[in-house]
Design a protein around this ligand. Sequence first.
Ligand code: SAH
Ligand code: SF4
Length: 386
Amino acid sequence: MAANLLDYDLEGLAVLCERLGEKRFRATQLFRWIHQQGAAQFDDMTNLAKSLREKLKTDFEVQAPKVLKQQISKDGTIKWLFDVGNGDAIETVFIPEEDRGTLCVSSQAGCIVGCRFCSTGHQGFSRNLAVSEIVGQLWFAEHFLRKHLNTTERVVSNVVMMGMGEPLLNYEPVLNSLRVMLDDHGYGLSRRRVTVSTSGLVPMMDQLGRDCPVALAVSLHAPNDTLRDDLVPLNRKYPISELFAACKRYLAAAPRDFVTLEYCMLQGVNDLPEHALELVKQVCGEDGNNAWCKLNLIPFNPFPASGLTRSPRERVMAFAKILTEAGIVTTVRKTRGDDIDAACGQLAGDVKDITNVQKRITRRRTIMLKPVVPSGPVFHQDVRHA
Ligand code: SAH
Ligand code: SF4
């Protein structure tokens, strides 16, 4: 079977070229063709010697996961469902805004953490994604969008690892994928514009801080350990005090001076004023420091098996007010697409009874993409963002 060059970061390609008896700069050329130009055919890589192209053709390929479905919303948001084999499917969402284009990527098919409010969690873990499947989501989206927008400019300016899966439980492939995203010869994204979201794997947060500090989001969802043990079972292993200590350690190397704490608002579960007051206490700690984080309140994206409901808007605003008055920077994501029932992982569910995590992505204003002819049915917007 041909090896997939999307699995390699630049260093990996350099080693490969050396093995093929080629100079290092050939790896850079190859890498740029693949990631900057979106080339998948070796014959298109015109500045590579014919002999090298022939060698590559025999044993290698550039292959992103196959698109099973594409949904385009009226506001330009696009979702893709990718086939990753054996009945597994993953999702990727592109959110165009006035000043940026954000791609939300998946890191695993399924997830073992099992958060109560997450449909990916309810479905269990299937497998880790390879670098070619993680980077492949960006490779595909970037070059698809450039073609359809008829531009040679970069379209995806931000990447958030907030799709299916827990990125820090698929560490090496995620790390190598980040390297490709950040590489100036690759996508050249700045560390501030790449966000890893985690449910709180403390040792791996430290590891990421050492290996490749990018922006960090932590899924908190509860103001105390009793409730968080229930909502995010990983809390039994890494309770809030340890998690917050890890966030603060992370900041020493991080490209931003805050960690985003994500808090999904669940009616009657974690959204009462007493929860907000408790959260203020947790965040401020003994020393009253509230500058190390930002709170992002996310409307729950409901799915039947959860037995949970979304907090009413007024309750979210009251919660936000308590935090803001305590000096904690707080944002509330706007919800859109309540008219829709095709939620993000329900597509994946079509493939293997996996209902997926909803995508929750920060949003300001929306740039309209020129109409794109979708390869599959057009669904409605169901991505919730602010
Ligand atoms: N596993 C990682 C990243 C993927 S989940 C993590 O948990 O951080 C990305 C974000 O979506 C997390 O904050 C997660 O808690 C949130 N999320 C999951 N299910 C959701 C739902 N049904 N509604 C709203 N947000 C949800
Ligand atoms: Fe996994 Fe994140 Fe969903 Fe929790 S919220 S089950 S960690 S994907």
